[in-house]
Design a protein around this ligand. Structure first.
Ligand code: BYC
Length: 336
């Protein structure tokens, strides 16, 4: 699975696949624009503008980092899951997140950047990952709420990415979305059991978790369209298909009926069905809190990064052994 980064110890020097010239000529730009206008797919061997490549590396690597950091809040509960069944489900889900990270790092590598350099950016705090994973999981209900709301928001954001103009990202997202759908359902089902068969204390625990996660999930979709510096270009290039605000609205509209079935409320006094718009109106998001978290000052940012760095350091011997093994195979192949 690490093949590409092991073979190219410094693949970052290969800023573009060797056979594709990075030079931007009007003819190349016109051909690229025609492909985008025709809703075609751009593949790794195709010519692409440097800015398109850079945007994709930014978004795909942030997405990959989010998947592997996203393992941590729930991983916290694997040893404390309330039954063998819940433990097996949670283990499978957290393993899926690791897999999503691997597909996404591989998709980023097709753009000519090394996995090691991407991980270095994460470990040194230069790379972003989703704000949502910087909050603590205080009770078992948080695990259900992460499945229902966090994975629910993730699916809403990621289904349109299956139609992203960059082929490897779009294809990775198809499988990711299938697995996210299981993640969302297991979370909702776990909450349903607590709300329909649980004690009053368990029901209160679910409501408390919803109260703590609701606004953070709405912020996951990113800043309002008017304050989103990357949206216009991302939409033009067919990387983003639906804007941050439109996805947020779709999420609220889809989720409120689910909350009603569950028997929980969301902590928003301004939430109201607007018959004229055919959508729910909802209150204001605390963007100061969001930016503080994105910029490293959320409740768990330091802990999350420290855990990832420790895992990286402790895996050093595995990477060294794999490189030694690959080199030995190469020597044997040459000698044969
Ligand atoms: N958290 O111009 P904008 C998952 C940043 S994985 C942190 O709108 P863009 C899951 C943004 O990066 C969830 N930062 O940007 C995993 C940009 O900064 P830079 C992750 C955020 O790219 C395990 C700046 O704000 N999903 O769900 O057009 C278990 C301005 O934003 C956030 C993805 O990564 C945020 N929430 O749109 C369970 C999906 N929002 O880079 C679940 C792929 C914004 O200019 N990514 N920022 O320094 C995307 O769809 C888009 O990148 C975003 C942002 C919608 C997130």
């Amino acid at each position: 699975m690490y093949t590409q980064s092991f073979i190219n110890a410094d693949a970052s020097s290969a800023a573009a696949p060797a056979q594709v010239s990075p030079i931007e000529s009007p003819e190349r730009m016109a051909a690229f624009d025609r492909a985008i206008d025709a809703d075609g797919r751009i593949e790794p061997q195709d010519w692409m503008p440097q800015a398109y490549r850079k945007t994709l590396i930014r978004q795909i690597s942030q997405h990959a980092h989010s998947e592997i950091v996203g393992m941590l809040p729930e991983g916290n509960w694997i040893s404390r899951a309330p039954s063998l069944k819940r433990k097996a489900i949670l283990l499978a889900k957290v393993q899926d997140e690791a897999g999503h990270g691997l597909y996404l790092y591989s998709a980023a590598e097709t753009l000519g950047v090394s996995r090691d350099s991407l991980l270095d950016a994460l470990h040194t705090g230069r790379a972003k990952y989703s704000s949502i994973f910087n909050y603590p999981t205080l009770t078992w209900a948080d695990v259900g709420v992460i499945g229902w709301l966090v994975d629910g928001a993730a699916i809403m954001n990621q289904i349109p990415l299956c139609r992203c103009s960059y082929g490897p990202y779009a294809r990775a997202m198809i499988r990711v979305c299938k697995e996210e759908s299981f993640h969302q359902r297991q979370g909702y089902e776990a909450l349903l059991v607590m709300m329909k068969e649980g004690t009053d204390a368990q029901k209160a625990m679910v409501q408390d978790a919803v109260n703590r996660w609701w606004w953070k999930c709405l912020a996951m979709f990113g800043p309002p369209d008017a304050d989103s510096p990357n949206s216009a270009q991302g939409m033009r290039w067919g990387i983003k298909r639906i804007s941050n605000d439109d996805l947020r609205q779709k999420f609220v509209d889809a989720t409120i009926p689910q909350a009603e079935v569950l028997g929980v409320t969301v902590p928003d006094p301004d939430l109201k069905w607007n018959a004229d718009r055919g959508h729910y109106d909802f209150g204001a998001i605390d963007w100061d809190e969001f930016w503080a978290t994105v910029n490293g000052n959320g409740p768990c940012n330091r802990e999350r990064l420290a855990t990832r760095v420790k895992a990286w350091d402790e895996g050093q011997w595995v990477r060294e052994a794999a490189v030694a093994h690959a080199n030995k195979n190469k020597r044997e192949e040459k000698a044969a």
